[in-house]
Ligand binder design. Structure first.
Ligand code: UTP
Length: 297
């Protein structure tokens, strides 16, 4: 019998060193993308896919994340007194998106270790992992598609994207067996940040996963890998190659827009792209941007 996925794990305990100094005291997941922090898009994505139980893996310096999803009575009362119902609704949205839980990672010992911190909350069910700094265009149904694949094939499902072969060394990279265009690919191996000439493909792993609960035992047995961190990729690799339990690993190839908001350049791209499409600001901002690009770049 297939078990429906209900819970999302959102790792957000990383140090964000690529974005210093702004991330010295502000979590990178709280950086604004137009008028919402990056993490809100991620929680919204989980809720849109039907996952209304979200566990945020946080750490020191991450208190702002909890405040953002908590009630702020003082602000709510002030907005209600002024009759500013639109802004009141905007702050209440973040409080009502999902039932949000928190666990602390202590020391950031890698993404695999962050996922392992979710073991008690998840129990024996399959679950989704959405990286807190990875923003998928809100109109793209990637996660829903991944959940459908997991329901059909069981095991684990990862999201892959085609990258320039020279850029593959920045990602986990998948070896896959051929599949019909309408089917998900079967992942046979994964290599973390390979040199371009050692990469099994140009399919890079991006920050969305649907995992079988067996992954926790695999992670417990996974020694620290690259950078002395417990790598989620290493654990999924063991499942994909059959060296560990957890069923098959399938890959959904994502062709839409995604942004690593922990990278300064991609963060700026996310802000500009989403500002251009924003309901209120979009047309005014796009007009300004066109003039700016024509005259100043
Ligand atoms: P990154 O490698 O992008 O995060 O991890 P980082 O370590 O914060 O980034 P830099 O390289 O120092 O700038 C991907 C995701 O995994 C989380 C991060 O918060 C991010 O959402 N993560 C990473 C953890 O929760 N714990 C960790 O130990 C490492």
């Amino acid at each position: 019998m297939t078990v429906t996925v209900r819970k999302a794990v959102i790792p957000a305990a990383g140090l964000g060193t690529r974005f210093l100094p702004v991330t010295k005291a502000t979590p990178k997941e709280m950086l604004p993308v137009v008028d919402k922090p990056a993490i809100q898009y991620v929680v919204e994505e989980a809720a849109t896919a039907g996952l209304f139980d979200a566990l945020l893996v946080t750490g020191r310096n991450k208190r702002a994340l909890e405040d953002h999803f908590d009630r702020n009575h003082e602000l709510a009362t002030a907005l209600a007194d002024k009759g500013d119902m639109a802004r009141l609704a905007a702050i209440e949205t973040s409080e009502e998106l999902a039932k949000i839980h928190y666990v602390r990672q202590g020391d950031p010992r890698g993404l695999g270790h962050a996922v392992l911190c979710a073991a008690a909350h998840i129990g024996a069910e399959p679950f989704a992992v959405l990286l807190g700094d990875d923003l998928i265009d809100p109109r793209d149904p990637l996660l829903t598609e991944m959940l459908e694949v997991q329901q059909e094939y069981g095991g684990c499902v990862i999201a892959l994207t085609e990258v320039d072969p020279v850029a593959v060394s920045r990602y986990g990279c998948a070896a896959v067996s051929p599949a019909k265009p309408s089917e998900p690919v079967r992942v046979t191996d994964l290599v973390e940040k390979p040199a371009p000439d050692q990469a099994p493909s140009n399919l890079a792993v991006i920050g969305r996963y649907v995992l079988a609960p067996e992954i926790f035992d695999v992670l417990r047995a996974t020694p620290p890998g690259r950078g002395g961190e417990i790598q989620l990729t290493d654990a999924i690799r063991n499942v994909a190659t059959g060296a560990a339990a957890g069923g098959s690993v399938h890959g959904v190839i994502f062709r839409g827009s995604r942004y690593d908001t922990g990278d300064r350049s991609e963060y700026l791209q996310a802000v500009v792209r989403l500002a251009c499409k924003h309901e209120d600001l979009g047309s005014q901002f796009s007009d300004w941007l066109k003039k700016f690009a024509a005259t100043e770049i």
